[in-house]
Design a protein. Structure first.
Length: 319
């Protein structure tokens, strides 16, 4: 197989449920030969990459992968699966001289400042974003955060650990609900609540509190039931509570980061909840968060609609 020029690279999003790959032109920031695989169809990253590479007419000399998990010193550990791999291992396996591994939150954060207006849906505040830091919240099975700060003509990304923050309650009713969700003694974190699994657990907790069995519904089933004319009352309450909690967290994050440039919600869950975040509990909760200064009420919040933002960030990491 022949090798493409250095301006081309294999880019990928490596998640516990899906794998996305594309062939990127690093200079033009364009992509083609896009594919999406189910992670469960492969036993290793090497097998998945090989399935993609054999479909290409030529092999690029560079590779950049955004991994949903921990990445440090050239080693990646995929969350929720026992996949551990290194840049050196992939270099040797595929004869690719340059391999870049990065976290998915870092990748999407690199891409956010370059998103076009039509790729964003504003869900809070009517003012335009001001110059200054932008907060990024990536929500899937896990929740990850980062702050991106202007740095000359570029942006500097600093990833946080907001998932480890203790999730606070505002009243006794919230405490009762959280105690139903809680699986063991001790504090409950943002990472246990403001995720896709957290929303499913919230729906089951509301049913249990009413003396019913857990539904075992997934996110699509919950949001569909909450949207029907004859709404499932527990689905509706779960989605509204979740939206309010997410708004509170996003508002506090905006205040903590001084995110005058806006808060950007990325991932499948914010898009699944799009109709529930554009009005009502989310906006009200976000505006009240961050203390009496009213700072959060001046910060715009966007849902990132672009599906390939992680691939774009992986490309930008090489440019």
């Amino acid at each position: 197989m022949s090798t493409l020029s250095d301006r081309h690279a294999i880019v990928g999003e490596i998640g516990s449920t899906h794998l996305r790959f594309a062939l990127a032109d690093v200079d033009e920031l364009t992509m083609d030969h896009y594919v999406s695989f189910r992670t469960s169809d492969f036993d290793s990253i090497e097998l998945a990459l090989n399935a993609y590479l054999i479909s290409l007419p030529c092999r690029p000399g560079r590779m950049s992968l955004a991994v949903a998990g921990d990445v440090a010193e050239g080693q990646a550990h995929l969350a929720h699966l026992p996949w551990i791999f290194t840049d050196k291992r992939l270099q040797d396996a595929f004869g690719v001289p340059v391999v870049n591994l990065m976290s998915d939150i870092r990748a999407v954060s690199l891409a956010v400042p370059l998103l076009a207006e039509h790729e964003l849906l504003r869900v809070a505040a009517t003012v335009s974003p001001q110059p200054g830091p932008k907060a990024v919240v990536l929500i899937e099975r896990d929740i990850e955060t980062a702050i991106i700060v202007p740095n000359g003509r570029d942006w500097k990304v600093t990833c946080g650990r907001a998932a480890d923050i203790t999730f606070g309650v505002e009243d006794a009713d919230e405490l009762l609900v959280l105690n139903t969700i809680r699986s063991h003694p001790g504090r409950i974190t943002v990472g246990k609540i403001l995720t896709s699994t957290g929303l499913a657990a919230l729906h089951d907790a509301l049913r249990l509190r009413a003396g019913l069995n857990p539904s075992g519904w997934n996110i699509s089933e919950i949001t569909t039931a909450a949207s029907l004319d004859e709404r499932d009352p527990f689905a509706k309450e779960a989605v509204e509570r979740f939206a309010a909690w997410l708004g509170r967290f996003a508002g506090d994050l905006a205040a903590a980061y001084g995110a005058s440039g806006g808060v950007y919600l990325v991932g499948s869950l914010p898009n699944d909840l799009r109709d529930f975040l554009t009005d009502g509990p989310f906006r009200a909760s976000f505006a009240r968060a961050g203390g009496p200064s009213g700072f959060a009420s001046t910060v715009p919040v966007y849902i990132v609609k672009a599906f390939n933002v992680g691939l774009r960030g992986a490309t930008l990491a090489l440019s």
